[in-house]
Structure formats: structure tokens, C-alpha cells
Design a protein around this ligand. Structure first.
Ligand code: ADP
Length: 254
């Protein structure tokens, strides 16, 4: 593995709740190399969002260690994008993307960086558009651009395409593949769509949650879409879900 982007060692997250402690996951080990795209796959409630929030510095582990780069002001050097774009409706696309630059830590980046990024991401024609004029897919691209403009060493995507129709979703998946290579991004993508995980990830990690952590990983970086080994990985992934009656996953065949 190349230089580490971040590592979780022996991670556990236990929430307090009125009905007693809730263990989101335990014994979780994950190392992500710089420039790698890891798809984090698992059934609802297995702790995927929790793990992402922890890596982003929005929450903390109950046990174990997180080794993640920090910005000079001590914040985690990771940007996170959620399922909903959350654009500010009174700002146009350029201004929404430029929002990240208002933070002190990012003042080194000029506004020309926003236009350059919009160009690279194929969004230049939308620079003056207002959020209400955007389709769901366009809004989500803008949300990703708003995070990327701060040049986070680590991009965390929490089911970013889940709310989109299948065709738009496929277009955005290909777009993410392209910009990932162009910008040399390190990405952790949370999804419960097996095909999305395999298509976008260099590696797919299966998180089971509860008293377990990541129970299996598949290295698919070198496999083409038509590669038979990809079909094998897909079948194996789906088989693992099929053994768990609680698992809900897109693409699961009964
Ligand atoms: P996923 O993203 O895989 O669907 P989550 O990370 O959202 O899973 O949740 C993992 C588990 O932790 C679930 O059982 C959920 O109910 C619990 N959980 C998440 N956030 C909280 C919280 N703030 N307080 C208590 N329990 C929580």
C-alpha cells in the first residue's frame, strides 16, 4: 500500500441511548491509501454513516484509534458530501461552490480556482444558474464541487447518488470516475448498491456492524466492467448478504 490517507485501528462506536448502549460497530480496522477509492458497503444501520462522520471529525470513536491528517487549525482534513445537496437557494452555482473558500483555513485559494474547478468538472455552463434551476444530478455535482474546491486530502461521500434516478445515477458515477482520475482524489464512498461499489471502488469493503467491523474486502482496481472476476466478486458480495436476513441491499437477487 502507498502512503496512508487515514487508518482506523480496533475502532468501536457505542452510542448511549435511553434503552441502553447501541454498538454501531466494533473491531473495525481500515487503511486507505492516498489516491485510492474505497467503497464502503453494508446493510442499513451497520454504521457506515457513523464511520464517515468519525473520519470527518464530526464524531469520535468510543474505542480504538483514528489516524487522519489534520488541517493547521486542528480540524480533520476531510470533506464530506451527503445524499442531499443542501445548496443555498439564494446563491448561484459559482457562489455556492465558492462557499468553502470563506473559511479561514482555505483563504489561500482564490475565486479563479472556483471557475477553474467548474471548468474541470464540466459545470462551467451552470456557473450563473440558481439552485432551483438545477436538476437533482446537477445539484449533486455542485455539492461535490463545493467540497472539492477546498482541496481536502480526503473526500467522503455518504450515499451521494441515492436520491437520483437510475440513468442520472449512472451518469454521475461515470463523472465521478473521470474527476477522480483528473484530480487524483482519495475517496471513501458509502453505498448499499453493489454495482456502484464495484464500478467506482478500487477496493470494496463490507461493513457488518454490531459486534463486528469490516468483515471482507475485494480488490477490484484492475478489473474492467466486463471482467469475469468482477462478476465473481459481485456474486460473492451478494451471497454474503443473502446469508443475513436483515440485510437490505440494491441489486440483491432473492
Ligand atoms: P448506516 O449508515 O450504515 O445506515 P448508521 O451509521 O446511521 O448506519 O447507524 C449505525 C447504528 O448506530 C444504528 O443502529 C443507529 O441506530 C445507531 N445510531 C446512529 N446515530 C446514533 C445516535 N446519534 N444515537 C444513537 N444511536 C445512533
Amino acid at each position: 500500500m502507498g502512503t496512508l490517507a487515514f487508518a482506523v485501528t480496533g475502532g468501536a462506536k457505542i452510542y448511549d441511548s435511553p434503552s441502553g448502549p447501541i454498538t454501531a460497530f466494533r473491531d473495525l480496522d481500515l487503511e486507505v491509501a492516498r489516491g485510492e477509492v474505497v467503497s464502503l458497503l453494508g446493510p442499513s444501520g451497520c454504521g457506515k454513516s457513523t464511520l464517515l462522520r468519525i473520519v470527518a471529525g464530526l464524531d469520535h470513536l468510543s474505542e480504538g484509534e483514528l489516524d487522519v491528517p489534520k488541517r493547521p487549525d486542528g480540524r480533520a482534513a476531510a470533506g464530506i458530501v451527503f445524499q442531499d445537496a443542501h445548496l443555498l437557494p439564494w446563491l448561484d452555482v459559482r457562489e455556492n461552490v465558492g462557499l468553502g473558500l470563506r473559511y479561514r483555513a482555505n483563504r489561500g485559494i482564490g475565486s479563479s480556482e472556483v471557475d477553474r474547478l467548474l471548468e474541470v468538472l464540466g459545470l462551467a455552463a451552470l456557473a450563473d444558474a440558481m439552485p432551483r434551476e438545477l436538476s437533482g444530478g446537477q445539484a449533486q455535482r455542485v455539492a461535490i464541487a463545493r467540497t472539492i474546491v477546498t482541496a481536502p486530502p480526503l473526500l467522503l461521500l455518504d450515499e451521494p447518488f441515492a436520491a437520483l434516478d437510475p440513468l442520472t445515477r449512472r451518469t454521475l458515477q461515470d463523472w465521478l470516475r473521470d474527476i477522480r482520475s483528473l484530480l487524483d482524489l482519495t475517496v471513501v464512498l458509502v453505498t448499499h448498491d453493489v454495482d456502484e461499489a464495484l464500478h467506482l471502488g478500487d477496493r470494496v469493503a463490507l461493513l457488518r456492524g454490531g459486534d463486528r467491523g469490516i468483515t471482507a474486502t475485494w480488490d477490484v482496481a484492475e478489473l474492467d466492467r466486463d471482467d469475469a472476476a468482477l462478476g465473481d466478486a459481485r456474486r460473492e458480495l451478494l451471497d454474503r448478504y443473502a446469508t443475513d436476513p436483515l440485510a437490505q441491499i440494491d441489486g440483491l437477487v432473492a
